[in-house]
Design a protein around this ligand. Structure first.
Ligand code: SF4
Length: 294
């Protein structure tokens, strides 16, 4: 649509949300997203409406290049001598001790709280003296620092699915930690304990957790049956392809095991799991590892 300086983001976000509010389709959920407004009314209309609501003209679009594929976990410096802290919210589920810890951090330290597109939280605008307080609150509630989480769990995303979403075909958010832990064990056993791998699971093919751009994407097909998608690349416009379908949840990690072991043995230095699966070819991987004793 156009380029704008990062400090204009709140104005643009407000404009986009109000466009969605005023023109979004509330009668048909399958046609309810902002992207359908843009597709139906056209780019010129959308840009002009966005500019009118944001109060400034967008510049011409610029080439977009991603240079990171993780959130800003842990402590980082920000402008003004302040600090921010990125907290991993596993599968986007804020409950129990984690919820109590977040509540206490917000009540005591009053940070600016940002929700990231990867389902995590940033506590911004903190002073140096707030750092030990925040860490002591997390420790008191038994919440692990992001650096202490297994890397696949730390990077994971899940859609809400059952029991919240009426379109769900299979469990997602509630079973994500169990599935991830089993997959992490396969990486650990292959000697890849510290490897960062992007894992995402959705409860139906609508893919709200963006499984099709993950290195390992799991998509619910029916109760307890999932498809496994491999080969996505988060830094490049390449999506994952279906590797296997009709896999029982309890078998997901075991079905991935041979591919993970091949990756450990055959990948070139620094090659990501997703890049390796793409280079090896899913047909080839399926031919080598697709048949699996039930
Ligand atoms: S992916 Fe499917 S089940 Fe999950 S939130 Fe989206 S529509 Fe619901």
């Amino acid at each position: 649509v156009g380029y704008f300086a990062p400090e204009r983001l709140p104005d643009v976000a407000r404009a986009a949300v109000t466009i969605h509010r005023d023109f979004g389709d509330r009668a048909d959920r399958r046609h309810a997203r902002l992207k359908y407004i843009l597709a139906d009314r056209g780019l010129a209309w959308f840009k002009s409406e966005l500019e009118a609501r944001a109060g400034f003209a967008l510049e011409d679009p610029r080439p977009l290049a991603w240079t990171r594929d993780t959130d800003w976990f842990g402590w980082h410096r920000q402008d003004g001598g302040l600090h921010f802290f990125g907290l991993s919210i596993v599968a986007g589920r804020l409950d129990g001790a984690l919820r109590r810890a977040v509540r206490e951090i917000v009540e005591r330290l009053r940070p600016e709280v940002r929700l990231t597109p990867r389902q995590n939280l940033l506590f911004c605008g903190l002073r140096a003296e707030d750092r030990p307080v925040l860490e002591s609150i997390l420790a008191a509630h038994g919440v692990a620092l992001p650096s202490a989480l297994p890397p696949i769990l730390r990077q994971s995303m899940a859609c809400v699915s059952l029991p919240t979403c009426g379109l769900a075909l299979a469990e997602s958010e509630r079973v994500a930690p169990e599935v991830i832990t089993a997959i992490q064990a396969e990486f650990d056993a292959a000697g890849l304990a510290g490897l960062e791998v992007q894992f995402r699971i959705s409860g139906c093919p609508n893919g709200c957790a963006r499984p099709y751009t993950a290195e390992i994407g799991i998509v619910g097909e029916s109760p307890d049956l999932y498809s496994i998608h491999l080969g996505g690349s988060l830094l490049h416009p390449r999506i994952a392809d279906a590797y296997l379908t009709g896999v029982r949840r309890a078998d997901i990690a075991r079905r991935l095991g041979p591919v993970i072991r091949e990756y450990a043995a055959e990948s070139a230095g620094g090659e990501s799991f997703g890049d390796y699966c793409h280079r090896a070819g899913l047909d080839n991987l399926r031919a080598r590892h697709g048949n699996f004793p039930q």
